[in-house]
Each structure stands twice: as C-alpha cells, then as structure tokens.
Design a protein around this ligand. Sequence first.
Ligand SMILES: *[C@@H]1O[C@H](CO)[C@@H](O)[C@H](O)[C@H]1NC(C)=O
Ligand SMILES: *[C@@H]1O[C@H](CO)[C@@H](O)[C@H](O)[C@H]1NC(C)=O
Ligand SMILES: *[C@@H]1O[C@H](CO)[C@@H](O)[C@H](O)[C@H]1NC(C)=O
Ligand SMILES: *[C@@H]1O[C@H](CO)[C@@H](O)[C@H](O)[C@H]1NC(C)=O
Ligand SMILES: *[C@@H]1O[C@H](CO)[C@@H](O)[C@H](O)[C@H]1NC(C)=O
Ligand SMILES: *[C@@H]1O[C@H](CO)[C@@H](O)[C@H](O)[C@H]1NC(C)=O
Ligand SMILES: *[C@@H]1O[C@H](CO)[C@@H](O)[C@H](O)[C@H]1NC(C)=O
Length: 216
Amino acid sequence: MEGMKAKVAISAVLLLLQMASAASDSLPPYTNHTVGGPAGWLFNANSNNPSANYSIWAANQTFNLGDFLVFNTNDNHTVMQTYNETTYNACSADDDYGNQTSVFFTGNGTAAPVTVAVPLTAEGKQFYFSDADDGSECEGGMRFEIVVGHGRGLPPSLNQPPPPPYEEPQPAPDQSGTPPATTTQSESFYRGGSEKVVAGFAWVLVLSWLWFFIVV
Ligand SMILES: *[C@@H]1O[C@H](CO)[C@@H](O)[C@H](O)[C@H]1NC(C)=O
Ligand SMILES: *[C@@H]1O[C@H](CO)[C@@H](O)[C@H](O)[C@H]1NC(C)=O
Ligand SMILES: *[C@@H]1O[C@H](CO)[C@@H](O)[C@H](O)[C@H]1NC(C)=O
Ligand SMILES: *[C@@H]1O[C@H](CO)[C@@H](O)[C@H](O)[C@H]1NC(C)=O
Ligand SMILES: *[C@@H]1O[C@H](CO)[C@@H](O)[C@H](O)[C@H]1NC(C)=O
Ligand SMILES: *[C@@H]1O[C@H](CO)[C@@H](O)[C@H](O)[C@H]1NC(C)=O
Ligand SMILES: *[C@@H]1O[C@H](CO)[C@@H](O)[C@H](O)[C@H]1NC(C)=O
C-alpha cells in the first residue's frame, strides 16, 4: 500500500515536470521579422512616402527577446534604435546625449542593397527610425514602435555580458579598490534565469509534498 502511494506521488511529480516542459514548448520560436515585409525599409523622396506603413506592419507582429528585426535597406536610409521616446518623437538623436540610442546603420557609401539585423535584447517598448535627410524620412513615416515580450528569453548567443571595458594596466599594486561597475551588470544578467529555475523547483517540491499529504 505504501509502495503504491509512493508510485502515485512519483508519477504526479513526473506529470508536473512534463506539464512544465510542455508549457515551455508552446512558447513562440525565435523569429526574424523582415521590417515592412517584402517592401523593405525604404523611402521615396519624390512622393514623400515610406515603402510600407511600418506602424501597421509592427502592429501585426509579436516581438520577443532573441528575435531579430531584419532591415532590407540601402545607403540613403539609416537604422536608429532608441528607448528614448523624446528622441523618437523628435526624429533626431542630435540632442540625445544619453546611452539609450544606438545606430545600427548610417550607410556605407555604396548603392548596393544592405541587410541590417538588429537583435531584440531588452523587454518593453523600443523605437526605430531613419534619421536620414535631417529627419524628413522619419517625419514622413519611416518609423515605428514595438513592445518586446519575454518569449523564451534571451538565447545564450545573445545573453553574454558585454566584455569589460579596456583599462590601462595599473602599475600601483593597490588591492583595496572597489570592484569595477561591470561586475554588477554581469551579475544582474544571470540573476533572472537562476531565480526562475529555483522557483520552478520550489513549486514541484511544494506540489509533490501536497500530493503526499492528501494521499497518505
Ligand atoms: C535571424 O537573423 C540572425 C542574424 O542575421 C541569424 O543569425 C539567424 O540565423 C536568423 N534566424 C533565422 C531563423 O533565420
Ligand atoms: C497579419 O499577419 C498575418 C500572419 O502573419 C497575415 O496572415 C495577415 O494578412 C496580416 N494582416 C495584415 C493586415 O497585414
Ligand atoms: C532623451 O533624449 C532627449 C533629447 O532627445 C534628452 O534631452 C534626454 O536627456 C534623453 N534622456 C535620456 C534618459 O537619455
Ligand atoms: C545608461 O546609463 C545609466 C546611468 O549611467 C544606467 O543606469 C543605465 O543602466 C544605462 N543604460 C543602458 C541601456 O546602458
Ligand atoms: C539615393 O537618393 C538619391 C537621390 O534621391 C538617388 O539618386 C540615389 O539613387 C539613391 N540611392 C539609392 C541606393 O537608392
Ligand atoms: C556596403 O554594404 C554592401 C552590402 O552589405 C557590401 O556589399 C559592400 O561591400 C559594403 N561597402 C563597404 C565600403 O563597406
Ligand atoms: C499608417 O496607417 C495608420 C492607420 O491607418 C495611419 O494612421 C498612419 O497615418 C499611416 N502612416 C503612414 C506613414 O501613412
């Protein structure tokens, strides 16, 4: 009888583990989103129109960590990413001295088509625009906003802490200095993941103890 109960409890735990892995399998796969679809990331200066309505395009996509935005563009346009809504609304990073804006492409001097891949590495709202032609492409609609969800989380290939900044070798053997600020950053990079694993195991433990309590 006791053996029977133990078996039941063990299969309950196995079932829970199976349910947990089924839940993670139902998460969306990592996706590459081609910006504007076949129309690409282009702008017609004569008609003052972007090649697609990027707001409508973005509204019809689900973005998650680890996805890429793929910009098919050329030298006449830029790919700017910002988390700063003021910069986005201004169609210009000229007054943005912060660290919330990144330039992924400013043209490389050739007329050849260029593909620019931008990884989505932070959850929440972010903005894209072309600041070419003094912002007139952006003002004409060459811009969009997206919200990035968690999905499967950052894959290991994108979840690397940034390399430590280069520092001049210090001649003085002073060991009492405070650790460099980058240490904190890399720690916070990993904390989220391990907390989840621990929480998951805690749940399995709690549920299997409950099961024992009810059955025994
Ligand atoms: C998505 O784009 C990235 C960057 O170009 C590439 O490394 C990756 O293989 C692409 N993934 C898929 C599923 O096409
Ligand atoms: C939205 O996306 C779905 C699937 O990707 C597609 O079938 C549908 O036509 C799109 N709708 C619009 C308005 O683009
Ligand atoms: C956002 O950008 C505006 C100008 O575009 C700038 O004044 C402001 O300091 C920036 N904020 C941050 C947090 O970088
Ligand atoms: C930008 O700088 C601020 C202040 O130094 C810092 O708290 C923040 O984490 C930085 N953001 C990014 C995306 O690096
Ligand atoms: C960039 O724009 C100029 C002026 O409209 C045009 O002559 C040129 O062909 C464009 N370059 C590309 C790569 O489309
Ligand atoms: C510019 O980009 C195109 C397309 O990626 C590439 O073929 C070309 O070699 C690049 N030119 C320069 C000068 O980097
Ligand atoms: C895109 O479509 C929306 C909704 O129809 C519209 O409000 C917006 O002005 C359009 N954007 C451009 C650049 O045409």
